[in-house]
Design a protein around this ligand. Sequence first.
Ligand code: GLV
Length: 320
Amino acid sequence: MAKVYVTCRVFPEELERLRAAGHTVEMRDAPGLISREKLLEKVSEAEALICLLSDRIDVEVIAEAGKLRIVANLAVGYENIDLATAQAAGIVVTNTPGVLTETTADLTFALLLAAARRIVEADAFARSGAFYGWELLQPHLGLEVYGKTLGVVGMGRIGTAVARRGRLGFGMDILYHDPHQNKPAEAELKAKYVSFETLLSESDFVSIHTPLTAQTRHLFDRQAFLRMKKTAILVNVARGPVVDEEALVWAVETGQIAGAGIDVYEEEPEIHPGLLKLQEHVVLVPHIGSATVETRHAMVRIAVDNVLAVLAGEAPLNPV
Ligand code: GLV
């Protein structure tokens, strides 16, 4: 039977089905990310690899992976994997779509609301003992969310789930931009398909849900921020490099836009020092879009389903 290597800690009970099918499973049971050396060593023996989006599966790793049949990435994004090289080597690559849609949309809205209503600043203020009582012009006056315009960049599964929250929960008008028109979202949410430029200039909140590609890298640069409303808030739960962080810091510091809710960073795990200094209407979280207990269980389950299928000689459920 096959050797399965898991590069990170996962819920051990989710791996039982692999053992029950007769496979040998080794999970790297230590906090943090796997070292490059360890990855190169372990991949040479494995027939299946369950890995993270932080593990770089590139030419060098694939060259070592003489027996590997499947890489099951514990993420919906897979830009950490050199897909062409993997496929040329006959290795199946799978991801975890679907199960993290709603939870990522929830986090998007949490960031949008937290940045608009200055929740993190207000929390620090309340804890500091500085609260002196209610007054009309309180120190943390925020920006209204209800009834505003939400611009969704990338109207796929997650973008649509965010738009749904905006439309149905917060009475928002929805604008979207995507390489493909999404007619069902238009019918369900009265979403309007607009150019990127129109979305930028007309939205009060701009939320990013595109994959990282050559076309989307630094889509949000100084030019883009100059087109946005000065009262607008940017939310990014997609991929860090879609935003030029230097330009974002500049845009918030100079008041080109009002603020940002950010989950993903250009050089993870580094966070641009300029971003760390921004407080007003800025909320930063450490790539936790899909981080709920339920969703993380579901992501491991999907990876295991894909590994079981491929090792049994069947088609994967979620090939990319
Ligand atoms: C997380 O960022 C993912 O791609 O699943």
